[in-house]
Write a protein that binds this ligand. Structure first.
Ligand code: IPD
Ligand code: CA
Ligand code: CA
Length: 262
């Protein structure tokens, strides 16, 4: 697969941040046994990864804006382009030594998501997509899973946690879905969940609330892999509502109907 210059910039930034995260992930195990735990160390690793991504992207495209989870928004002198970056998605996993986390980088052009890269450095899985050019994992073309019957589907989600999200609403939605599917998974990294929908490992996914940096690259990947993505009202206001539901056309429709009725 021949990558565009733009995608190469994104991939280089994701790999460089990924190397830094992998080094720090090795340290996390040693810190588990200390009384204080690795929390401060992980925050520093997270900020360092964002700094690496920011610098790499700015070197190649100095005038473009940047929205990162750690450092917030920086306006660029070119108002038509904005990077949307989560330097470490799956922080709780990382903190607990669970090797499911990723760097997520998306590009928005004139308000439309046009490119996405998600890199899981431990599994060395690199997911890339550019609008109109398809989605790939380590150069293999991706398609969403073809399963139509919800009974055979494995669906990903995110479970709200202490101080975060609407717990009763989640329980109603979970109740509506779990009796209809083969299984539900909670991987702990929304970017990876979405990449796994694009690659067909998961048949579908829903979560609310999420932030734009959790979802932006994954949305491009799923659309380029032939999947459907919307907010929980079935519309395109994903960033505004913080809710997302995804799958192939049929799974997306069925999942959306179950969630809407809950
Ligand atoms: C989190 C992960 C998680 C999701 C949370 C997100 P972070 O991102 O994507 O799967 O359930 O809502 O905040 O904090 O690890 O970057
Ligand atoms: Ca995140
Ligand atoms: Ca994060």
């Amino acid at each position: 697969m021949a990558r565009s210059a733009l995608l190469n910039v994104m991939v280089d930034a994701a790999r460089k941040a990924g190397r830094s995260l992998t080094r720090d992930f090795g340290e996390v195990e040693n810190l588990q046994v200390s009384h204080k735990g690795p929390a401060d160390f992980v925050s520093a690793a997270d900020r360092k990864a964002e700094q690496i991504v920011r610098e790499e992207l700015a070197k190649a495209r100095p005038t473009w804006g940047f929205l990162g989870e750690e450092g917030g928004a920086t306006e660029g002198s070119d108002p038509s382009h904005r990077w949307i970056v989560d330097p470490l998605d799956g922080t709780t996993n990382f903190l607990h030594g669970i090797p499911i986390f990723a760097v997520s980088i998306a590009l928005e052009r004139n308000g439309q998501l046009v490119a996405g890269v998600i890199y899981n450095p431990v599994m060395d899985e690199l997911y890339v997509a550019e609008r109109g050019s398809g989605a790939f994992m380590n150069d293999r073309r991706l398609r969403v899973a073809a399963r139509h019957d919800l009974k055979a589907c494995v669906i990903g989600t995110g479970i709200p946690f202490i101080g975060h999200g609407d717990h009763p609403l989640f329980m109603r939605r979970m109740g509506a879905v779990m009796g209809e599917v083969a299984g539900i998974r909670r991987c702990g990294a929304a970017a990876i969940d979405l990449a796994w929908v694009a690659s067909g490992r998961l048949d579908g996914f829903w979560e609310q609330p999420l932030n734009p940096w959790d979802m932006a690259a994954g949305i491009v990947l799923i659309r380029e892999a032939g999947g459907f993505v919307s907010d929980l009202d079935g519309r395109d206001r994903i960033f505004e509502t913080g809710g997302i539901v995804a799958g192939n056309e049929n799974v997306h429709r069925r999942l959306h109907a179950l969630l809407a009725g809950a």
